[in-house]
Design a protein around this ligand. Structure first.
Ligand code: MN
Length: 245
């Protein structure tokens, strides 16, 4: 039997919304208008958008439609929160206000159905990819952000397209293993934050893994990416955690 007490905490990531993938957007909008409405909360762990060039792109019709749908969900009483990913780290306060979401820092520990859980986008755990970590440090620098956001919107979009093309080319020659999380980095993060559960996205490798930290079993849930015909949420209640389509 269902009651308000067993409403789910839902987690998603890596939807990679883009006007060039309309079927994925429709799937996401149907999720917001459907299963998400029955949840207690929806937590988006990054890469909601394929890229975000800055909050002055809010009026773009595609963006406006997504933001309205998020705001409508929040208006029903579902707590919607967002952690930036590597694709949408330029999301800012104007976006949050328009969408009715609250920001989560990366990483953070939150109570998930009674379990203290580490939440992160996941890219900081991919420590084997040294080139990527250098790039991440550069673009997450506040001075870089300020300078980049001072460029005209069109120039930012051109620059992002060039960066993404370079990243796609590099991915083709990178071994698959270095784009996954590093097991030692996972153990270190769990130990540092004194938790036994972790939820992250970024790698697109949906699954559930166990790690042993100082003799204690820990669980790591990896959120999958979304597409025209796939896209799952992790649903957490005190009765258990599982993926739902
Ligand atoms: Mn990512």
């Amino acid at each position: 039997m269902s009651s308000t007490n067993d409403k789910s905490a839902l987690f998603i990531s890596d939807i990679h919304l883009s006007p060039f993938e309309p079927a994925t957007a429709e799937r996401f909008l149907a999720f917001l208008a459907g299963p998400a409405q029955a949840a207690a909360s929806l937590t988006i762990l990054g890469d909601l958008f394929d890229y975000w060039a800055g909050d002055d792109d809010l009026p773009d019709p595609f963006n406006a439609r997504i933001i309205t749908a998020l705001r409508n969900l929040a208006a029903t009483g579902v707590a919607v929160s967002f952690m930036a990913g590597n694709r949408d780290f330029l999301v800012g306060d104007a976006f949050a206000a328009a969408a009715g979401i609250s920001f989560l820092p990366d990483p953070c520990v939150r109570d998930v159905a009674g379990v203290a859980t580490l939440l992160t986008h996941g890219d900081t755990l991919c420590t084997d990819d040294a080139d990527y970590q250098r790039f991440r440090c550069q673009v997450r620098d506040p001075a870089w952000r300020t300078n980049f956001l001072a460029l005209p919107l069109a120039a930012r979009k051109t620059e992002i397209t060039a960066l993404r093309q370079r990243s796609e080319n590099e991915k083709k020659i990178k071994p698959l293993a270095i784009m996954d999380v590093n097991a030692d980095a996972v153990v270190a993060a769990l130990r540092q934050h004194h938790v036994r559960a972790l939820i992250h996205g970024h790698t697109h490798r949906q699954g559930q893994h166990t790690h042993t930290v100082d003799g204690q079993p820990c669980v790591r849930w990896v959120l999958g990416d979304w597409g025209a015909s796939r896209g799952a949420a992790l649903a957490c209640t005190t009765a258990g955690w599982h993926f739902i389509d």
